[in-house]
Design a binder for this molecule. Structure first.
Ligand code: HGY
Ligand code: MN
Ligand code: MN
Length: 417
């Protein structure tokens, strides 16, 4: 594969325009992007992308949960394919580059290779994963968990969204029928998997480095904590007699921060991203609070110690305040180690392109975390402005994106040889 030719063929203007078009499939006005899985905006975006995939002569298929595969047949299609891809769902009021760079960027990498007349030995398959974000069903990476057999189809099918609809109801309404038990990939389906993604952190920009070569992906866990008290009239119930669920929840929220800081490691994080107060009236003492908590670490035992500490704090606060509290562990995943031989392929691509690069950890999770259970993986990071992500001002420049696409194109060609 000819390095210079491929580079010349990357159509950055077209890719930028496509990222802009994709950003417009949103339930919120620009610059914010909201695209919840199986929403109207998600389905319209998927339809538009499938047309782009077909225009690039890719064979398109979808599985029972909506994972979408766009395949460029290799000279020896019977060999395990090289996979790439990412997600297009976007959490409420977020940005236009998280995930989408790994889908449209992978499409542009394939088109650039096609334009040079290159033909891969192994097929190259572009994946659009369903529901990487936890927004709707409370657990991230639903599509890649099912592909990798990390989540049982029976458990997934009964997961409910806030409206009480099950994943089965929602996916069938969205046009994805079929048996979830058929989503799992046969072993050895991919010879390797590489995902292009914005860093979602400040390191590459701060160190003025073009490419991040991911060596491991942090271990995420999320919990749902329900705190119940007695509620009552905000004026009539005197302070000593109260069992205010929100005060207990507030102590637990502060405890999440304390538990994360207690490990003493910079790699431990803890966040309470959701706090729902019932009944939510100014003159009614909160009787029930629902918290959703996200904690991660690159080290599994440290991450598990944070989960244990949050449970301990919850029990302590509940008994001190005479409240009832239940803790549900929604997911607690192991970290992923990227495959040295694929890391080496990414490094070779950076060097062939003369791009500065550094190895680093991914603190965000990605579908590659679960794809690593069924294939050797690596990830390619590009800088994002101020390290900002999951916000409307998330930004990566056309130049950074083009660099990422060039490294991806080279890496795919290298792995598909
Ligand atoms: O939360 C994450 O790490 C990913 O952006 N869903
Ligand atoms: Mn995200
Ligand atoms: Mn993402």
């Amino acid at each position: 594969m000819n390095t210079a030719a491929t580079n010349k063929e990357i159509d950055t203007a077209r890719l930028w325009a496509e990222l802009e078009t994709l950003a417009a499939f949103s339930a919120t006005a620009a610059p914010a992007v909201t695209r919840v899985v199986f929403s109207r905006q998600d389905l319209e975006a998927r339809a538009w992308l499938k047309d782009l995939f077909r225009e690039a002569f890719l064979a398109v298929r979808e599985d029972a949960v909506g994972n979408t595969f766009a395949s460029w047949a290799g000279r020896e299609p019977e060999l395990p394919a090289v996979g790439t891809g990412s997600h297009i769902d976007a959490i409420p009021s977020s940005g236009r580059f998280d995930g989408t760079v790994g889908v449209l960027g992978a499409l542009e990498a394939i088109r650039a290779l096609q334009r040079t007349g290159y033909r891969p030995r192994r097929s190259i398959e572009l994946l659009l994963f369903t529901s990487e974000e936890p927004t709707r069903f409370g657990i991230g990476c639903l599509g890649s968990r099912l592909l990798s057999g990390t989540l049982a189809a029976e458990r997934a099918s009964q997961m409910r969204d806030r409206a009480g609809s099950t994943l089965d109801q929602v996916r069938v309404d969205a046009g994805f029928a079929g048996d979830l038990r058929g989503v799992g990939l046969p072993s050895g389906y991919y010879s390797s998997f590489v995902e292009l993604h914005i860093e979602q952190g400040p390191i590459l920009e701060r160190e003025e480095i073009s490419i991040g070569v991911v060596t491991s992906i942090a271990a995420p866990a999320s919990l749902m904590i329900l705190v119940e008290g007695e509620g009552g009239h905000a004026g009539a119930v005197l302070m000593p007699g109260r069992k205010d669920a929100l005060l207990g929840a507030a102590e637990i929220v502060m405890g999440v921060e304390a538990a994360a800081l207690k490990t003493g490691s910079i790699d431990t994080v803890g966040t309470t991203g959701v706090c729902e107060v019932f009944p939510g009236a100014v003159n009614s003492i909160p009787s029930r609070v629902r918290l959703e908590i996200d904690t991660r670490d690159t080290d599994l035992s440290r991450r598990d110690s944070v989960v244990a500490e949050i449970r301990r704090i919850t029990d302590e606060v509940a008994s001190k305040r005479g409240l009832r509290a239940t803790v549900e562990l929604l997911n607690a995943d192991a970290p992923a180690q990227c495959e040295p031989k694929i890391i080496a392929a990414v490094v070779r691509a950076c060097e062939a392109l003369g791009l500065s690069h550094r190895q680093m950890v991914s603190r965000a999770y990605h579908d590659s975390l679960f794809m690593s259970r069924v294939a050797p993986v690596a990830m390619i990071f590009i800088p994002c402005r101020g390290g900002v992500s999951h916000r409307p001002d998330e930004y990566s420049s056309p130049e950074h994106i083009a660099n990422g696409v060039a490294v991806l194109a080279h890496t795919l060609a290298d792995l598909a040889a």
